[in-house]
Design a protein around this ligand. Structure first.
Ligand SMILES: [Zn+2]
Length: 447
């Protein structure tokens, strides 16, 4: 029998070249090794260099060439290292999967395990892609690249620093006025193992009030051991690295212990109080040995600044969603269409704004303007650009795969998933759920 013919697909964006395991040679080596181990014959290399996952796949030349070879029957299986090499868009994924299925071509990731044969496996891919999409939306690659080179030189890239650190001659150094407070905070946590205890100690000793969760964040902030992004020697450590790492282990153990109760809030971060705009937080009560989880607006129940005093039970909301989500999707789609048909379309020269932004970046990189100036102008231009984008007619989002998922797959799969998977699933589909004062939900879907 002839060996299966494998296409090796490599995508590397400009700033990833320097990232461990992501450079072109690293990906290539990994794929070749996998092919040899599994007895594949290498049918070809398809390498998209300098392409970020944000680019539509039709802009990836080598990807398109590979697709032609798939259609010509030259390939049996496609190999790439991780799903993030493939797509960031769920819609693109389905489009390509259809082509691959039609030509009986499979794909495999060498560093992650996916199963495209079962419904459960496919749902998992869907969730992973949605989460990846969210991450890549968060910050623009271009800006990150500028920042990364500054980080490599140990230079300051942001004006706001956590307590205990300050900026001197463009570098981060311990702040003599507050460094000891931070050291004491870490020390107390390390000795007693409770964040609340350490916060109280700082308040009573120095009269300084730390807030949870910012205190919690401090304990996790690697800047205190001198590390920033990929640079371990970014600045002088305030906490010795070994000690910082030991504390991370302690934090991890404690968070596992806390989770041993199995308490997962599956709608954490998704619910919004429509009365005051605040995110609603999860809480629990136990009576007659039966635990009940619910969400509430803290502005109303604790601070009495909002009228939304009713709690929303987690079970109740879950049942409601499973029943009503397809209807909510109809409503959301209709509203979306009405909203976009109302928008007027004045002409804005987007290319001109883009040129201004490029120029601004050059000024900043060459240190002709300050960080503050740069940020201010950048924000101004991005607002203009966004406005221009918003006023352009946008094609309607494609809800077909989501509709299919909700109607046919979800009811069967949902009971088989763990609470953590439930949480990931809702997060991958829903942007936000608004609850009004009577707890009537309104779902906003991810586009
Ligand atoms: Zn409220």
């Amino acid at each position: 029998m002839a060996p299966r013919r494998a296409a090796l697909y490599i995508r590397v964006s400009t700033e990833e070249q320097a990232r461990k395991g992501y450079s072109l040679p690293a990906q290539k080596e990994d794929l070749e090794e996998y092919a040899h181990k599994n007895g594949y014959a290498i049918a070809g290399y398809y390498i998209d260099e300098g392409k970020s996952a944000r680019k539509k796949y039709t802009k990836r030349k080598e990807f398109m060439r590979m697709l032609e070879d798939v259609k010509a029957g030259k390939i049996d299986v496609i190999l790439f290292i991780k799903l993030d090499r493939w797509f960031r868009s769920v819609a693109d994924y389905y489009k390509i999967q259809e082509i691959l299925d039609a030509h009986n071509v499979a794909w495999k990731t060498t560093q992650e395990h996916y199963d495209t044969e079962t419904t459960n496996g496919r749902l998992y891919i869907n969730i992973r892609l949605s989460v990846a999409q969210d991450e890549s939306d968060r910050d623009s690659d271009r800006i990150k690249f500028v920042f990364d080179s500054k980080v490599a030189r140990g230079e300051v890239i942001s004006g706001s620093l956590p307590m205990g650190l300050m900026i001197q001659d463009k570098h981060v150094v311990p702040d003599p006025e507050t460094a000891d407070i931070v050291r004491e905070f870490f020390r107390h946590y390390k000795e007693h193992g409770t964040i609340n205890g350490a916060m109280t100690y700082i308040r009573e000793t120095y009269g300084i009030i730390l807030w949870d969760p910012s205190a919690r964040k401090m304990l996790h902030n690697p800047l205190y051991k001198g590390m920033y992004r990929d640079n371990p020697n970014y600045c002088e450590p305030l906490i010795p690295p070994e000690e910082f790492d030991a504390i991370q282990k302690l934090l991890e153990r404690r968070s596992i212990r806390q989770n041993e109760s199995g308490r997962v809030y599956i709608f954490a971060g998704l619910l919004k109080c429509q009365e005051c705009g605040q995110k609603m937080t999860g809480s629990h009560s136990t009576d007659k040995k039966c635990e009940r989880k619910f969400y509430r607006c803290r502005n109303a129940t604790i601070y009495h600044r909002c009228t939304h005093r009713r709690q929303m039970g987690e079970n109740k909301l879950e049942k409601w969603l499973l029943l009503n989500l397809p209807l909510e999707l109809d409503r959301w789609e209709t509203e979306w269409n009405i909203a976009t048909s109302k928008v007027k379309h004045p002409k804005v020269d987007r290319a001109a704004i883009q040129r201004k932004m490029d120029r601004l970046k050059d000024l900043y990189v060459n240190e002709l303007i300050t960080m503050e100036q740069y940020r201010e102008d950048w924000a101004k231009y991005s607002a203009q650009l966004q406005e221009a984008q918003e006023t352009e007619p946008t094609p309607p989002p494609d809800f077909r795969s989501l509709r299919e998922l909700l109607q046919y797959e979800l009811p069967n799969i949902y009971p088989t998933l763990t609470p953590e998977q439930h949480r990931d699933l809702w997060r991958s589909v829903i942007q936000e759920i608004c609850l009004d004062g009577d707890n009537i939900p309104r779902v906003i879907f991810r586009e």
